[in-house]
Write a protein that binds this ligand. Structure first.
Ligand SMILES: Cc1cc2nc3c(=O)[nH]c(=O)nc-3n(C[C@H](O)[C@H](O)[C@H](O)COP(=O)(O)OP(=O)(O)OC[C@H]3O[C@@H](n4cnc5c(N)ncnc54)[C@H](O)[C@@H]3O)c2cc1C
Length: 333
């Protein structure tokens, strides 16, 4: 067991971080530290305004302003690549903040419509005040679903930590009952996800399948990459099988090119029509693969994040690939 004195708690004062290194390979230790760091208000305050840190963040976002995200979406559209826009932020503490997020997204949809961009939206329910007032959050989500329908766009619901899964799926079901242009993210690392997917399939749902980006206990989630990858492929096959019968819109949110290739081969074997599934990646990650896939006829979208509340999100990007920490270090020099 390693004990590190490090300011990783969400509280204002540094706390003791205990990492059970005995049971984790070294990469897992780095990942766990970065994911705990993502929830540290203290660390966020220390790093957010440092120039070297802000420079490193730019690798994953075209800018903090919506205008930068819309420009990036237009550039991608010119290359035959769609986009998904998301304003960074989560776990707001007041209804006022949540209402501002809703109004911001309604404005984004209006701009997408006006500029005729092939852009969709992705929102976090805790950014829309899930923790504050569930009924108001549902009403805001419905307003966004209506806005997405009016703009002929699409509304994705992100999946956050495991404690939000039930509420997120319940909210998705209720909004999906009235609006068809709504989809939800499922995380392959969660042991419950096969059952969740089965329960959703009757809705002919739009599902964005991802591996999962949070720090979850082994009782709830696979912690070994090989197990997560295998769970992902099994779920992907189930979705493709439905897509072959036009009973699902599967989106594979991954940069894992080996997995993407396996999914494509499976899609061909199942006679899934081209365009009946999509691959979504994050802005700034594997950009050349994004373009290559699009050239080869795969439907590709890039999720573009923008906004000022990037600290927890950026730390999750570092945790996905701890080698990314060297980008931060390089920006120091
Ligand atoms: C469109 C989209 C939406 C997402 N939405 C959610 C969500 O709602 N909820 C959620 O929990 N998670 C979400 N994620 C994150 C996801 O859960 C994974 O954490 C993330 O995609 C990394 O997993 P991977 O599938 O790319 O595979 P990995 O096995 O982690 O990575 C495969 C390869 O991709 C490259 N790569 C991956 N991540 C990075 C990175 N950060 N920097 C540089 N290279 C990288 C590396 O070359 C790596 O070897 C989303 C991801 C995408 C692409």
């Amino acid at each position: 067991m390693i004990q590190l004195y490090h300011p990783l708690s969400a509280s204002a004062t540094p706390s003791l971080l205990t990492v059970r290194a005995v049971s984790c390979p070294p990469m897992s230790v780095a990942r766990r530290i970065l994911l705990r760091a993502s929830r540290s208000a203290w660390l966020a305050r220390q790093l957010r305004d440092r120039a070297f840190f802000r420079r490193a963040v730019r690798r994953f976002m075209p800018g903090e302003a919506l205008s930068a995200a819309l420009e990036a979406a237009a550039d991608l559209a010119a290359q035959g690549i769609g986009s998904v826009l998301t304003q960074l932020g989560e776990q707001v503490a007041t209804r006022g903040e949540a209402a501002r997020v809703r109004d911001h997204y309604l404005d984004v949809l209006a701009q997408v419509r006006e500029r005729r961009l092939p852009s969709e939206l992705s929102v976090k329910l805790t950014h829309l005040g899930l923790d504050v007032d569930r009924a108001a959050c549902r009403a805001d989500l419905e307003a966004l679903a209506q806005g997405a329908a009016d703009a002929e766009s699409f509304l994705w619901i992100d999946m956050e930590e495991s404690r939000y899964v039930d509420a997120t799926l319940e909210m998705f079901r209720s909004v999906r009952a009235a609006y068809s242009r709504v989809g939800v993210c499922l995380q392959a690392y969660l042991r419950r996800t096969p059952a969740d997917l089965d329960a959703l399939l009757a809705l002919a749902p739009a599902i964005r399948l991802v591996k999962g980006a949070y720090n979850e206990p082994a009782a709830l989630a696979y912690t070994v990459k090989r197990d997560v990858d295998s769970a992902y492929l099994t779920l992907a096959e189930r979705l493709l099988d439905r897509a072959a019968r036009a009973q699902a819109r599967p989106v594979f949110g991954t940069h894992d090119m080996r997995l993407a290739q396996q999914i494509r081969e499976r899609a061909t074997a199942l006679h899934v029509a081209p365009g009946s599934y999509e691959v979504h990646m994050l802005y700034g990650i594997r950009a050349s693969d994004q373009r290559a896939l699009a050239r080869e006829g795969v439907r590709v979208r890039v999720l573009i994040s923008y906004g000022t509340h990037w600290f927890p999100w950026y730390m999750r990007r570092l945790a996905e690939r701890p080698a990314n920490v060297w980008f931060v270090v390089r920006n120091l020099i």
